[in-house]
Design a protein around this ligand. Structure first.
Ligand code: K2U
Ligand code: ZN
Length: 176
């Protein structure tokens, strides 16, 4: 395998997680290599999604692989400039987590189905409608590109408690 590199994942609170990311102007080999490294970082975490801002790169690139059933072949996806074209009125609730907010889980309500358009690593424009965990994940990742975290959907009090917990976690990690 070409030499892959793992990236450290930023932990909330971090200003880079709140910044809106810039669209990709031109696809390049290094951006495709970045997508490969992000998939490697995601699988190692482990996670089912990862957005470039989470590794401190504010560009509009997300990776996903929500295949969870053992034995099913994985479906690694890299999406440049993903855009939600349509969202269902019907919603679904999922207990979400975030690799940038470790060990915190909370219910988030989102549209059940979304139609997404993006550019793939070959530079081709793709469009697909997602439902289930894929729909939840792609919305969670696109939020990251807009500097939005799943805790932003919670009450101010809950968000404050979680942020304080993360500040303490970062302090303890810095000490160890
Ligand atoms: O973006 C991220 O931080 C990775 C997220 C993606 C995600 C969050 C909520 C719901 C679906 C996807 C996760 O931390 S990946 C870990 C995970 C694994 C299985 C199910 C939910 C979350
Ligand atoms: Zn996240």
């Amino acid at each position: 395998m070409a030499d892959m590199s793992l990236y450290p994942i930023l932990i909330h609170p971090d200003p880079r997680l709140k910044k809106a990311s810039a669209p990709v102007a031109d696809l390049s080999d290094e951006l495709c290599k970045l997508a490969e490294d992000m998939l490697e970082t995601m699988y190692e975490a482990p996670g089912i999604g990862l957005a470039a801002p989470q590794i401190g790169i504010n560009t509009r690139l997300i990776v996903m692989d929500c295949v969870k059933e053992e034995g099913e072949s994985p479906r690694p996806m890299a999406m440049f400039n993903p855009q939600i074209l349509e969202s269902s009125d019907e919603t679904s609730v999922y207990e979400e987590g975030c690799l940038s907010i470790p060990d915190v889980y909370a219910e988030v309500t989102r549209p059940k189905e979304v139609t997404v358009q993006w550019i793939d690593p070959k530079g081709a424009e793709q469009r697909e409608t997602f439902d289930g965990l894929w729909a939840t994940c792609v919305q969670h990742e696109i939020d990251h590109l807009d500097g939005k975290l799943f805790i932003d959907y919670l009450s101010g009090l809950k968000r404050q408690l979680i942020t304080r917990k993360m500040v303490k976690l970062k302090r303890d990690r810095a000490r160890s």
